[in-house]
Design a protein around this ligand. Structure first.
Ligand code: FMN
Length: 192
């Protein structure tokens, strides 16, 4: 009996996994940021989710400034190091004018020439079922960048109210179940 119990508990131990969450919205109180913060609150044992907070400070992408280390631009070195340390990336991005917000596309452009990003497991979240163009464009861009897209973890979580914060979303039974399932699917797929 003791052996059986020990085997079962060992099989439940998953390797540690670190996920980087990147919100495509710079807006104060952004729903996309709140959903990622809720995901961080709901992450199971052995999984940590931290949020990248440098989007607004990134310089405009310029190939002249690009090199493996971002030409030593500290913001680019930091972005690439954070990507490099992550086992996977959760992106939650709004749609602007049927497209990817410019500031978020700028971040992706800085990762095109990086060694850290290709092959990285990526899931796409969003907070609006109306947005169909930006997710499709993101999938195309990310595939071109050789990300490993995880469709089963790519979900829409629509907060109940416009002002919902991470705690509200994590406390909502439907949203939290959707997020928990997505994180579990992401962790499983990323370890394959
Ligand atoms: C400038 C602008 C353009 C937008 N264009 C679209 C659009 O084309 N399609 C859409 O579904 N939503 C559009 N929206 C709505 C946002 O995508 C939506 O409100 C999103 O949830 C905001 O995310 P946030 O709360 O994280 O900032 C637009 C919002 C803004 C501010």
């Amino acid at each position: 009996m003791q052996i059986a119990l020990r085997c079962r508990s060992q099989s439940q131990i998953r390797p540690f996994m670190h996920i980087l969450g990147i919100s495509g919205s710079l807006r104060t109180g952004a729903s996309n940021t709140a959903v990622l913060e809720a995901a961080a609150l709901l992450a199971p044992p052995g999984v940590t989710i931290t949020l990248y907070d440098g989007l607004g400070a990134l310089p405009h992408f310029n190939p002249d400034l690009d090199s493996q280390d971002g030409g030593q631009l500290p913001e680019i070195v930091d972005l690439r190091e954070q990507i490099g340390r992550a086992d996977g990336v959760l992106i939650s991005c709004p749609e602007y004018a049927h497209g990817i917000p410019g500031s978020f596309k700028n971040l992706l452009d800085w990762l095109v020439g990086s060694t850290e990003f290709p092959g990285k497991p990526v899931a796409l979240l969003n907070t609006s079922p109306m947005s169909v163009h930006a997710p499709a464009q993101l999938a195309e861009v990310l595939a071109t960048m050789n990300a490993r897209l995880i469709p089963e973890a790519s979900i829409t979580v629509q907060p109940r109210n416009r002002g919902s914060n991470a705690i509200d979303i994590a406390a909502d039974p439907e949203s939290s179940a959707t997020l928990r399932n997505a994180i579990a699917a992401f962790a499983r797929a990323a370890h394959e």
